[in-house]
Design a protein around this ligand. Structure first.
Ligand SMILES: Cc1ncc(C[n+]2csc(CCOP(=O)(O)OP(=O)(O)O)c2C)c(N)n1
Ligand SMILES: [Mg+2]
Length: 578
């Protein structure tokens, strides 16, 4: 598609020069690099840019708030290994998108936040321009890299730098600042075309050193009680077959972190998910694949990890990750795909089976825990408790393993993670490293757009509130998204009371709210479900029809616990206890 415009030059009518401008160069640069979806919110100075991008065949998804567009771009990056693009206006729109950019960086998702910005001359002299803000300076500490393009001729290079920074090495967020004036700058169309850069091999393979591979295999072979932990880095790598082969060839029990669930099915005989505390405590050698020893793994030390001495093998693309919390005896630095392939090759054909006393002990523990849980998942209580409602959703995902599960909340998150088995890679999308509320609708929208698969979003009533207005977006684009709100009248529980005044307690919401009515307001399907049977029927109907649906699942307000599974992280007042 030509981005050229005709110059109107009265003096030389015969020598008409083909021109292009900043608008078209950005569009052409995106398309040249296969970036054909934009998540954003329009306004000065990027409204026309969005219109033109749509006219040139880019899919432009218009949101109600930039944070949700940003989360959509972040998870699009995770799902596709290409940077997800978020587009915002200056200052306030930029700031609204920034949380998502920081989230992408923290979670190692490739994303580019493109924000329009005001006039440099005025911003730098602080003369009070429309939406004045030094956006580049503010973005820098929150992302992997931040760039500003001042000349149309540099748009190609600017975008190339942004793409490379986002996806190479450890992926993350990149900020690209495009001042208003840039869009209307013109240049010769041919020179413009030449200035564009198609990024070749944006995320080059990083091959691990053979000595590092050998060291890792020696440590693994020496183990009496080995464990493999799969992180979302392993899921991101899309090296699914190699990872499965490594796990199966080694015979080592594996523990998937939240978003790595489904890389191998949770029902796989080697899955130790239902024996988590036992394996963390008792393992003697732990191989981390794309998983970091951060708070989610108790920093690799303390009570969770028991008394038995541990040796850690770590596979990660980022060398600085090694020894971040405890000593790593066998660091393997490289991209996950290359590292896992090298390990597989090094194992040869005579790799010894994992010690049977260890694998049998885990199997027993797992079966014990699964049996304990089973009757709770079958209860038919009304109002529902978490287990009764989740038992239904667990069966639905089992029957529809290709569906994408989006999940946020506290109890709604922690219990769903434990109860709902996943069967395929990258089907579980959740709050990630920060445990952030607000990813729900942005993730659901991007998951539907990027994969074309049905989406089931399981949301705490508080969690949903952070992005709830995007139900209009879901209806507008007619996306196959079914939202189930676990409505327990509040944060953690709906039972708190304020003992001294008439204001409600800080953790409770309007009792008996009907979130399903919100969906009906935009032409979607709304259902109020008070029993597991009703819930099951409504979800199945939504998944079959593909119609935007919101189910208000009424949960006993007393059923949850403070902060779900991480109540121990709350600071305690000494005075309160006196
Ligand atoms: C951006 C952000 N703000 C606040 C929090 C604190 N927070 C953690 S969980 C949660 C909501 C939990 O309630 P809900 O989603 O209703 O789940 P429930 O436990 O009730 O099932 C909040 C506000 C957060 N994690 N992220
Ligand atoms: Mg709640």
């Amino acid at each position: 598609m030509s981005a050229a415009v005709q110059s109107i030059d009265a003096k030389t009518p015969d020598a008409e020069q083909e021109l292009t401008d900043g608008f078209h160069l950005v569009i052409d640069a995106l398309k040249l690099n296969g970036l054909t979806t934009i998540y954003g919110v329009p306004g000065i100075p990027i409204t026309d840019f969005g219109r033109m991008a749509q006219a040139e065949g880019i899919r432009v998804l218009s949101f109600r708030h930039e944070q949700n567009a940003g989360y959509a771009a972040a998870i699009a990056g995770y799902l596709t290994k290409r940077p997800g693009v978020c587009l915002t206006v200056s200052a306030p729109g930029f700031l609204n998108g920034l949380t998502a950019l920081a989230h992408a960086t923290t979670n190692c998702f490739p994303m580019i936040l493109i924000s329009g910005s005001s006039e440099r001359e005025i911003v730098d002299l602080q003369q009070g321009d429309y939406e004045e803000m030094d956006q580049l300076a503010i973005a820098k500490p929150l992302c992997k890299a931040a760039f500003r393009v001042l000349h149309a001729a540099d748009i190609g290079i600017g975008l190339a730098r942004a793409i490379r920074a986002a996806v190479s090495g450890r992926p993350g967020g990149v900020y690209l600042d495009l001042p208003a004036k840039l869009f209307s700058q013109v240049m010769d169309a041919k020179a413009g075309e030449k200035s564009l850069v198609k990024v070749i091999d944006a995320a080059p393979a990083q091959i691990p050193a053979p000595a590092a591979v050998k060291r890792a295999l020696d440590v693994l072979k020496s183990a009496k009680r080995p464990l493999i932990i799969l992180g979302k880095g392993a899921a991101y790598a899309q090296a699914d077959d190699a990872i499965r082969n490594l796990v199966e060839k080694s015979g080592v029990p594996f523990l998937p972190m939240s978003m790595a669930k489904g890389l191998l099915p949770d029902t796989h005989p080697q899955c130790a998910g239902a024996a988590r505390s036992t394996v963390l405590k008792d393992a003697d050698v732990v191989m981390l694949i794309g998983a970091r020893l951060n708070w989610l793994l108790s920093h690799g030390k303390g009570k969770t990890w028991g008394e038995a001495p541990k040796k850690f093998i770590q596979i990660d693309i980022e060398p600085k990750e090694m020894d971040s919390n405890v000593e790593i005896v066998a660091p393997v630095v490289g991209d996950i795909g290359s590292c896992v392939s090298a390990l597989l090759e090094g194992m040869g054909n005579a790799w010894p089976a994992a010690p049977a006393d260890w694998t049998n002990a885990i199997k027993t523990k797992r079966e014990e825990n699964v049996a304990k849980m089973a009757p709770r998942l079958m209860n038919n209580n009304s109002p529902m408790d978490y287990h009764g409602a989740l038992g239904v959703l667990r069966t639905i995902i089992k029957e529809r393993p290709e569906a994408i599960l989006v999940n946020e909340g506290a109890n709604t998150l922690d219990l769903a993670r434990g109860v709902i088995d996943m069967y395929q890679p990258r089907k579980r999308l959740d709050v990630g490293t920060w445990g952030v509320m607000g990813i729900g609708m942005g993730y659901a929208i991007a998951a539907a757009i990027e994969t074309g698969k049905p989406v089931l979003a399981v949301e705490g009533d508080s969690a949903f509130g952070f992005s709830g207005m995007e139900v209009e977006t879901i209806c507008r684009y007619r996306l196959p998204v079914c939202i189930v709100i676990f409505n327990n009248d509040g944060i953690y529980r709906g039972t708190d009371v304020n003992s001294v005044g008439s204001d409600p307690a800080p953790t409770v919401f309007v009792k008996g709210s009907r979130y399903d009515k919100m969906m009906e307001a935009f032409g979607g399907v709304g259902v109020n479900a008070t029993t597991p049977d009703e819930l099951k029927r409504a979800v199945n109907e939504a998944m079959d029809s593909g119609k935007p649906t919101l189910i208000n699942a009424v949960i006993d307000p007393a059923a949850g616990s403070e902060s779900g599974r991480i109540g121990n992280l709350n600071p305690q007042s000494v005075l309160k206890k006196k």
